[in-house]
Design a protein around this ligand. Structure first.
Ligand SMILES: [Mg+2]
Length: 293
């Protein structure tokens, strides 16, 4: 259901989520690049260029796609055989359906790939309520055929350096909610992600679930973005239930998440926390963030 219809249904929570590596156990684009493109080593080198700001996400991703030696049709068939869902995602979808919590997938991947995988792994009945906002795929000359190698290309969602700027979808919700009268119960916006493609979305919601052991956590700590960590969707479900019922505020969940993350980091590193871990997260901003950089 597109904006603003989703808001008109007056949900208590709206859940935005990344797809690759967040809903799925593996990143589909990395999988194709490693096995049917320029390979793991070159992909890692490319990722470093993106993280260092030398290459944009859009350009780095296009280089990966240019190296793929598969048609879109073949790519989908390969992924259907090799990609699995987080073991608890289905449970989350069932709970969300029952409690009228919309799930909106914001992805830097491509709609036909995501739709095919959700259909195969989740089933048509459950996937049809999930809104997917992502890049498209299009036939390109001279072959003009999604079923042929080099006959197709990605069609980016917008002109941003991300290819798909995820904040563009979330911000109208945030602005509309901020403009609601005080007496209205305002929906809480949540987001789950794991990596670089989620940076554009990280500032826009009330709380971000960042996957343990991934780059997004470092960014959130540095920027003072309220976050909590997750290993799989069972912890996301647990904490979303608590927020939905009012048992915990977003602030409680973020404070507990940060504490847990610091404890885990200290145990893992077996050395005193660095300045980054000592930094107090800025939760003083009661106002919903409205902009990104
Ligand atoms: Mg991801």
């Amino acid at each position: 259901m597109p904006f603003p219809n989703t808001l008109n249904e007056k949900p208590k929570v709206i859940f935005f989520t990344d797809f690759d590596g967040t809903i799925t156990m593996q990143d589909t684009n990395d999988y194709i690049t490693d096995n049917h493109g320029f390979g793991l080593q070159q992909r890692r080198a490319g990722n470093k260029l993106i993280l260092d700001g030398v290459d944009s996400f859009r350009d780095g991703f296009q280089k990966m796609i240019d190296s793929w030696k598969v048609s879109l049709t073949e790519m989908i068939a390969i992924l259907e055989q090799n990609i699995s869902l987080d073991p608890h995602f289905r449970e989350f979808v069932l709970w969300a359906k029952e409690h009228k919590v919309p799930i909106i997938v914001l992805s830097s991947g491509m709609v036909p790939v995501i739709a095919a995988l959700l259909n195969k792994l989740l089933g048509e009945d459950l996937m049809k309520d999930i809104e997917i906002i992502a890049n498209e795929a299009e036939p390109i000359p001279p072959l003009n055929d999604l079923g042929k190698v080099k006959g197709w290309n990605i069609k980016f969602h917008d002109d941003s350096s991300f290819g798909h700027d995820k904040s563009l979808t979330i911000r109208p919700y945030a602005n509309a909610i901020a403009a609601m009268p005080e007496e209205d119960s305002k929906p809480t916006l949540l987001y789950a992600g794991d990596g670089v493609s989620d940076l554009s979305a990280a500032r826009e919601t009330d709380l971000l679930f960042a996957k343990e052991g991934h780059d997004l956590i470092v960014y959130c700590e540095r920027e003072g973005i309220p976050f909590t960590t997750f290993k799989d969707w069972s912890s996301i479900l647990q904490e979303t239930k608590e927020i939905w019922s009012g048992a915990k505020s977003v602030r409680n969940v973020a404070e507990e998440g940060l504490q847990r993350h610091r404890t885990n980091s200290m145990e893992m590193q077996r050395r005193p926390p660095t300045n980054v871990f000592n930094r107090k997260m800025s939760l003083s901003q009661e106002q919903r963030p409205t902009g990104i950089e």
